[in-house]
Design a protein around this ligand. Structure first.
Ligand SMILES: Nc1ncnc2c1ncn2[C@@H]1O[C@H](COP(=O)(O)OP(=O)(O)OP(=O)(O)O)[C@@H](O)[C@H]1O
Length: 724
């Protein structure tokens, strides 16, 4: 039946769903029923587009489950329901243990039946790995203890770092303690070695200090590696999460235009850089400033006050600068977003630029934006440089003040020359992380500006919020009822589409007619569930649309926009944008439906024909045809097409309409069009004018009604005139 769950295509071995089947059976045994394809939602599927054991933890996490892998398991110890790895690499679902463990009931990997096998038979095939599935702690907590607040979109990913914080701090502690050795070396050399001219002690001390410096180097190196590794894990997890949120955002709730999204996502690199490189290292060193201060106090007594005041002055200075740097960082983000947008528009629209002589206009905008950006970033650099120069000057002043205070103590007989040198070395070491802190503070301002922008993407409402459960409808029939719909595109106050009532029966075929801008595309987007109507009710098969699982909806309803987007890749990849792999014969059937089969047979590369981003490499008509082929592969219960034949010549259109009418057998269709030929394929017509439905009913009745009434902007009459 059209629109049912995705087919288990295995015609020439291209797609093996036995692992998914085994997992679904195991979940069903645990009381969780999922339809085929459910586990694949949102996964980065490979070429075979099937679930595998590496993707299983993510697939399970999406439905509130988790897995435990047990290695070296003997068959007698299996704990059904579970999955067992076989020697050939496949997994089998083990449903039951019978006869005290002598017999096991398993799901036949090559069929759908459960079969009983002896323990010896299973042991002969077993690969020794058992996978057990269970509800995740988060799911259990949400079910029984009320929903727990989800972790922060960004900081939540730092949990692994927390586990390693102890290691990092330990490495930092030892490195900083070893750093004290150099000052103690100076103290001993000046106070003991030089007065006594003791060469042997000098070499012992020098070797000890060298070993300590080498150990400090090793500890800092391993700390950097540790931070880098954890940083990489955080980067991958946070980036993956962000992209998932970006592509699953509710279309009517997008908070920024696509151009801004691209630049904002680029900003993630600077955020990552800040945390991985700058911040963690400097921040873990900071607490040990106290160790240095303690040692300074032990050697030089009151000099510690001078050093502490110097450090404090540097921190105050950084805080004074940060407000201005923050404001500038925010402005710079806006400027780079505009520059990126201009660049994208100019690169993609070169032909239009040239033919309409729009190059000077773009050039002027570009120059304005880059001048603004250059000024802002130069001011930012100036401010950051002033801050670091001022911090360096303060560091030197503190050093001089510490030495001067030391000399007075020396005059008073309270400090030796060695003590002055040791304190001066320690002063530099104490202030070094504080100088770095000032540069971290100025970079932190860039980072918070980027984080604020990224937050808009990360927290935008999603099409499948984790705290909502939907009604499953794996086989939607396509009976639609719209009642009192008043809606508009996101951000528009005035209603752009008003439909008092409309019933679309399963399998019925509709054309939507209306002048340009009358709301036809908006109507299709609402029907496809891409936008929710602002007011009114949309029921499908008797259930409010908002309640139906989005995945079931996508399977049942195919929507083809006016300008279907093609992506960089081969023709095959562009056809297989979904999660199902089809054999070539099936792909050719779809290409034939769309009228692309001749092109593919004639080219040497066939299905491997390279397509550039935006569809360059194909004609406009061929790009539209790829969209139609995708719809054919989708095999939906209801198809929504927005001017599908607009780019076809009249012969291609006539052929397509014949094939389309035949293919529609058993499925519903709503087609927006300005072309008369497509009317052959439909039985009913709905007329929109100025965003209002002004008529609907059987085709013959509607066309005669709207072509015979004279005067005014009559869409159906316009259509009839154009089609002649
Ligand atoms: N993204 C948008 N945001 C706000 N308003 C929009 C948007 N896209 C279109 N509109 C406006 O909404 C109204 C309906 O547009 P729609 O694209 O649905 O018309 P249409 O009937 O499909 O037109 P056409 O026949 O030219 O494709 C128009 O007035 C249009 O200006």
């Amino acid at each position: 039946m059209p629109g049912a769950a995705p087919p288990d295509i295995d015609a020439n071995g291209t797609q093996d769903r036995s692992f998914e089947k085994a997992v679904l059976a195991c979940l069903a045994a645990l009381g969780r029923r999922c339809a085929p394809g459910d586990l694949l939602v949102g996964l980065p599927l490979g070429d075979r587009a099937t679930l595998d054991v590496h993707l299983l933890p993510r697939a399970l996490a999406n439905i509130g489950f988790e897995m435990t892998l047990h290695r070296k398991v003997v068959v007698a110890d299996l704990r059904p329901p579970c999955l067992l790895l076989l020697k050939d690499g496949d997994h089998v679902f083990v449903a039951e243990k019978r006869d005290g463990g002598d017999t096991f009931v398993i799901l036949d990997p090559h069929g759908d039946r459960q079969v009983a096998v002896s323990r010896a038979t299973l042991a002969a095939e077993s690969g020794g790995e058992m996978i057990c599935l269970a509800d995740s702690i988060e799911a259990l907590a949400a079910r029984h203890a009320g929903a727990r607040p989800k972790g922060h979109w960004f900081w939540g990913h730092f949990a692994p770092l927390r586990a390693r914080v102890f290691d990092v701090m330990l490495a930092s502690a030892f490195a900083n303690i070893l750093a004290v050795v150099v000052s103690l070396f100076a103290l001993q050399v000046y106070d003991r070695v030089i007065p006594n001219q003791n060469e042997a002690t000098l070499w012992v001390l020098a070797s000890g200090a060298a070993v300590a410096i080498f150990m400090e180097f090793l500890l800092r190196l391993s700390r950097a590696r540790l931070i880098d590794k954890v940083g990489r894990d955080i980067e991958i997890a946070a980036n993956r999460d962000l992209f998932e949120r970006l592509i699953n955002v509710r279309l009517d709730q997008r908070r920024m235009p696509p151009g801004s999204m691209v630049n904002t996502m680029r900003e993630f690199a600077s955020v990552k850089e800040f945390f991985a490189v700058a911040a963690v290292g400097v921040l873990t060193d900071l607490p040990f400033v106290l160790i240095f201060l303690a040692v300074i106090y032990a050697i030089g007594g009151p000099i510690v006050i001078v050093v502490a005041l110097g450090g404090l002055a540097m921190i105050v200075l950084s805080l004074v600068f940060q407000r201005r740097i923050h404001a500038l960082s925010r402005d710079m983000l806006g400027g780079t977003t505009t520059a990126l947008r201009l660049l994208t528009e100019a690169s993609y629209g070169l032909e239009t630029l040239r033919s309409h002589n729009a190059a000077p206009w773009f050039q002027r905008n570009w120059e304005e934006v880059i001048t603004l950006n250059a000024r802002q970033s130069s001011e930012h650099r100036k401010l950051s440089a002033s801050l670091s120069f001022a911090a360096a000057a303060l560091q030197m002043l503190t050093y001089i003040a510490a030495v001067t205070a030391g000399v007075y103590l020396f005059f008073g007989g309270l400090l030796s020359v060695g003590g002055i040198i040791a304190v001066s070395i320690l002063t530099s070491r104490t202030l070094a992380p504080i100088v770095q802190l000032s540069s971290v503070i100025s970079r932190w301002q860039n980072t918070t500006a980027s984080l604020d922008a990224l937050k808009l993407i990360a927290t935008a409402p999603q099409q499948r919020p984790s705290d909502r459960s939907f009604i499953r409808r794996p086989a939607i029939q396509g009976k639609i009822r719209l009642l009192d719909i008043r809606t508009a595109y996101p951000g528009v106050e005035q209603p752009q589409l008003v439909i008092p009532r409309l019933d679309i029966e399963p399998g019925s075929r509709w054309a939507v007619l209306g002048e340009n801008g009358s709301g036809k595309s908006l109507f299709l987007r609402i029907l496809a569930g891409l936008y929710e109507p602002t007011i009114g009710s949309y029921m499908i098969d008797g259930i409010e649309l908002r309640q139906i699982d989005p995945d079931d909806l996508r399977r049942a309803i195919a929507y083809l926009p006016q300008d279907p987007r093609l992506f960089k890749g081969t023709l095959r990849e562009n056809l297989l944008v979904g999660s199902t792999v089809f054999p070539d014969a099936r792909l050719f059937k779809a290409l034939e439906f769309a009228g692309l089969d001749k092109l593919v047979s004639a080219t040497t590369r066939g299905l491997d024909l390279e397509i550039q981003d935006g569809g360059e490499g194909l004609s406009v008509g061929q790009r539209a045809a790829v969209g139609l082929a995708r719809v054919h592969l989708h095999d939906p219960a209801l198809v929504l097409l927005d001017e599908p034949t607009a780019a076809m010549d009249s012969r291609a259109e006539a052929t397509f309409v014949k094939r389309f009418s035949h293919w529609l057998d058993g499925r519903g269709a709503v087609v927006c069009t300005h072309r008369l030929a497509l009317m052959e394929a439909v039985d009913n017509v709905m007329i929109l004018s100025g965003g209002r439905m002004i008529g609907q009913g059987p085709k013959a009745e509607m066309l005669s009604k709207f072509t015979t009434t004279g005067g005014g902007e009559n869409p159906a009459r316009l259509l009839a005139e154009r089609g002649r």
